[in-house]
Design a protein around this ligand. Sequence first.
Ligand SMILES: NC(=O)c1ccc[n+]([C@@H]2O[C@H](COP(=O)([O-])OP(=O)(O)OC[C@H]3O[C@@H](n4cnc5c(N)ncnc54)[C@H](OP(=O)(O)O)[C@@H]3O)[C@@H](O)[C@H]2O)c1
Length: 314
Amino acid sequence: MLNDCSDLDGSRTLTGRSAVVTGANSGIGLAVTEQLVKQGAAVIMACRNIERAETARDEIATEETIDRIVIRRCDLADLDVIESFADWVDTEYDALDLLCNNAGIMAIPFSRTADGFEQQFGVNHLGHFAITGRLLDLLCEADGKPRIVTQSSKMHERTSSIDFDRLDDPSRYSRWQSYAMSKLANVLFARELDRRLDVAGESVRSFACEPGFVATNLQLRGPQMDGSRLKETCWRVASRLFGQSPDAGARPMVRAATDRELPRGVYLRPGGFLGMQGDPVADEPSQTAQDDALANALWEYSVEQTGVSYGRLG
Ligand SMILES: NC(=O)c1ccc[n+]([C@@H]2O[C@H](COP(=O)([O-])OP(=O)(O)OC[C@H]3O[C@@H](n4cnc5c(N)ncnc54)[C@H](OP(=O)(O)O)[C@@H]3O)[C@@H](O)[C@H]2O)c1
């Protein structure tokens, strides 16, 4: 059942607030960065490639905003880099108001992260689990209602489990199944994190959202890595016909990050045609994404794999 979000408006002023956006140099992450900066926030663009990040920043920065946009290298496929990034944020900032876990890759051929995890699950979920755990103390230091928002996808509905035993096994790899499991993990993680924050009495809140079908580089990367011009062209055409703009795709994440009246536990996604486009609405994720036992198993698996424990949350 969809609920119109129009009754959920709260304060949108972000002056004096600081934010980290992962994958901020492209597509939805760049649009999220621009929208947060326009509302007054200071944003750290956490990107794996500094050159691409600088080019992207120059696209959105104005004379008034450029001093509030900082670029810092963060490769979510490398736990050591994530730790260094978080240490730097900890040194430079007294508190952090927003963490937007946005970066992602989709349906690429099998490869591993620096730590040996299958790339999609490693970047989309484990990298974000690690960065969130490492930044949590700073988020807990912020006044008001600090937020963690994790970007999922409608694809999270396409799997009814996370098969922990097969995640890193190349012989059992399915690129779409792996993507779906990583996006299911994004929702399970966001919800479990929110539950634990609530139990611990922290003011930080955690939400998951999805952007709809958005014309970005996401769909092109797999075909490009395969060297398939045909598949790449098909995706370009489909994006042009059905995709919404990155600006529109950024709205569920920005809404989840900034709407101070948002009820705990809602899942934001576009409310238009087939959930692919339109204004954000508050919804529920799939039944599997609401499975508390699976969420807890994922949490334990993620702590074990990343070595990042959430001290104050257990
Ligand atoms: N586009 C859609 O239709 C759609 C639908 C549902 C969900 N989503 C989700 O939306 C999010 C953003 O995707 P997008 O559509 O904006 O795609 P995009 O334009 O390809 O942006 C993805 C971003 O993630 C970054 N990234 C990839 N691997 C990384 C790593 N190891 N470390 C740090 N950053 C990394 C990319 O950096 P580089 O530029 O350096 O590669 C890029 O900045 C993803 O989580 C995706 O799953 C998108």
